[in-house]
Design a protein around this ligand. Structure first.
Ligand SMILES: Nc1ncnc2c1ncn2[C@@H]1O[C@H](COP(=O)(O)OP(=O)(O)OP(=O)(O)O)[C@@H](O)[C@H]1O
Ligand SMILES: [Mg+2]
Length: 437
C-alpha cells in the first residue's frame, strides 16, 4: 500500500495546531509531528487579523514539519465558529420508473436533492449528511439500498457557512504557503477522535470548549444530527477574572489555570492567592473560593446557553443523556462537577484518541479538533498526499524522528506549558476499531 500522509491544521482562537499523520500498512494512523504556535489573529472562531493567523500557521506548520522531517504542501483546515449554521431537512428524491429497488444512483441523487437549498447572500453549502430515508412514507430507514419503493425521501443534516469568513481563513492559510486541500467543519469531524462507537450510535452531545467558542455537535445513530456554536470559551472566563480583580488578562489567565475552579464550594477557605491589581499600589489577597465564585457564574451561564441550544424540537427523540466535553476550556477544575449538577446527565472530559504515537504530553483536550480532522479526512476524503515526497524519510526514520522531537524541540516546551497540572477523568479506553479502515 502506498503510504498516505495527511496534515490537519486547526486554527483556534488561542493557538494554531498542525498535526502530520501517516496511515501505516496495518491501517492504523500515526502521528509524525505536531506543531503548536500561539495565535491572536482569531476572534470567536473567525479571522480578525490575517497576518497574525498566517504567521502562526507558518510557525506551527514549520515546527510540525521539522518534527516529522517532511515539507507540508497542503492540509485539511478546520472550520468552526458561529457563522457555521446547520439545518435538518426532508427532501423528495426525484426518481423515474415508479416502484423499483433503491440504487447507488438514487442515494447520490438524494444527496444532490438535499443540497439543493436556497442560500442567502454570502452563504455556501459545506456538507450534506444523509441521516435516514422514508420509503413510501415509512420513516426511519438507515440504509435503503436494494429496497423497493415508489417514493423516496431523505432526511439530511445540511451545513452552510459564510463565504467571506471561509475565504478569509483560506487566504490566511494560502499566504502561509500551504494549499487548503479541504475545509472540514470541525464539529462534524470531532467525534472521530473523541466519542466512542457506543456514544456515536446511542446518542451523545459533544462540546468543544475552546478559547473563543464552544462548539456543539449532537450525534445519534452514527451521524451528526445537530450542530451549534456559542461565542463563549476560555477567553471569557479569564476576562471575567481580569475585570473582577482588576488584573491584566495574562495574569487572569495564569490565575485561572493555576488556581481556578468552577466548584468553589469544594475549595478550602484558607487557600490564599496574592494578586497585583493594575490600579492598586498594594497587593490583593484573595481565596481560591473567591476566584471560583467568578468562574462558577460564567460556567453556569455557559451551561444555560448550551441547554438552550439543545432545546430543539428535532432533538426530542434523540437520547442526549451523555455529554462529552473536550477543548482546553473544559479543563477548568470543577467544570464537570457543575456540568453534572446542571445537566443531570452523564458527563466526561475527553482526550483525543485513535492516533498512535502522540508525543508524550500532547494527549490533551486542546488537540481534539486537529486529531479528529486528521482521522476524519483520512477516512472520508480523497487520497492526495499532503507532504512533499522530496524530503519524506523512510518508514523507520519516521518513528525515530517523532521520538527525538518529543524530547528535544521548543514546540514541546510550548505544548507542556499548556498542559493541565493534573490529569482529570482521563479517557483511557482505546477505541478498538482500526483507524482509517
Ligand atoms: N487547566 C486549565 N483550566 C482552565 N482553562 C484552561 C486550562 N488549560 C487551558 N485552558 C483554556 O483553554 C482555552 C484554550 O483551549 P483550546 O486550545 O481548545 O482553544 P482554541 O482551539 O485555541 O480556541 P477555539 O476552539 O475557541 O477557536 C484557553 O482559554 C485556556 O485558558
Ligand atoms: Mg479549538
Amino acid at each position: 500500500m502506498q503510504e498516505q500522509f495527511r496534515v490537519a491544521i486547526d486554527v483556534g482562537t488561542t493557538k494554531v495546531c498542525t498535526i502530520i499523520t501517516r496511515k501505516r500498512a496495518d491501517h492504523r494512523v500515526e502521528v509524525l509531528g505536531i506543531g503548536v504556535a500561539p495565535c491572536n489573529g482569531m476572534v470567536k472562531g473567525v479571522v480578525s487579523n490575517t497576518e497574525a493567523v498566517t504567521a502562526a500557521v507558518k510557525k506551527s506548520v514549520a515546527i510540525a514539519g521539522e518534527n516529522a522531517r517532511v515539507d507540508v504542501t497542503s492540509a485539511y483546515v478546520g472550520l468552526a465558529g458561529s457563522h457555521i449554521e446547520s439545518k435538518n431537512r426532508w427532501t423528495n428524491v426525484p426518481r423515474v420508473d415508479g416502484m423499483r429497488a433503491v440504487t447507488d444512483a438514487d442515494l447520490a441523487a438524494a444527496v444532490k436533492a438535499a443540497g439543493n437549498v436556497v442560500l442567502a447572500n454570502d452563504r455556501r453549502l459545506l456538507h450534506v449528511i444523509p441521516r435516514s430515508y422514508a420509503l413510501d412514507g415509512l420513516h426511519g430507514v438507515r440504509n435503503p439500498l436494494g429496497m423497493h419503493t415508489g417514493e423516496l425521501h431523505v432526511e439530511s443534516h445540511v451545513i452552510t457557512g459564510s463565504i467571506s469568513k471561509i475565504s478569509e481563513l483560506h487566504n490566511a492559510i494560502s499566504d502561509a504557503g500551504v494549499r487548503v486541500s479541504s475545509m472540514i467543519v470541525e464539529p462534524l469531524a470531532s467525534a472521530d477522535a473523541v466519542l466512542t462507537a457506543d456514544e456515536r450510535d446511542e446518542g451523545a452531545v459533544l462540546i468543544d470548549v475552546g478559547g473563543g467558542t464552544s462548539d456543539i455537535a449532537v450525534y445519534h445513530e452514527g451521524t451528526v444530527v445537530h450542530t451549534a456554536s456559542i461565542p463563549v470559551g476560555g477567553f471569557q472566563f479569564s476576562n471575567d477574572l481580569s475585570i473582577a480583580f482588576a488584573i491584566d488578562f495574562a495574569a487572569a489567565e495564569q490565575l485561572k489555570i493555576a488556581h481556578g475552579t468552577a466548584a468553589p464550594e469544594l475549595a478550602g477557605r484558607s487557600d490564599e492567592i496574592t494578586l497585583y491589581p493594575t490600579r492598586m499600589s498594594q497587593p490583593l489577597v484573595v481565596t481560591k473560593r473567591e476566584v471560583g465564585q467568578v468562574l462558577k457564574e460564567r460556567t453556569t451561564e455557559l451551561f444555560r446557553m448550551i441547554q438552550l441550544k439543545l432545546d430543539e424540537p428535532h432533538l426530542a427523540d434523540v437520547p442526549t443523556d451523555r455529554i462529552v466535553f473536550t477543548g482546553g476550556g473544559a479543563k477548568l477544575e470543577g467544570f464537570l462537577n457543575i456540568a453534572k449538577f446542571i445537566f443531570q446527565r452523564k458527563v466526561r472530559l475527553a482526550n483525543p484518541r485513535g492516533l498512535d504515537g502522540m508525543p508524550e504530553g500532547t494527549n490533551d483536550p486542546s488537540y481534539s479538533a486537529a486529531t479528529s480532522m486528521a482521522l476524519w479526512g483520512m477516512r472520508n476524503l480523497s487520497s492526495e498526499n499532503h507532504v512533499s515526497e522530496r524530503r519524506v524519510a523512510s518508514t523507520a526514520t519516521h518513528g525515530a524522528n517523532v521520538q527525538t522531537s518529543s524530547t528535544s524541540t521548543g514546540a514541546l516546551a510550548v505544548i507542556r506549558s499548556w498542559l493541565p497540572k493534573r490529569e482529570r477523568n482521563v479517557e483511557t479506553t482505546r477505541e478498538k476499531e482500526t483507524a482509517g479502515a
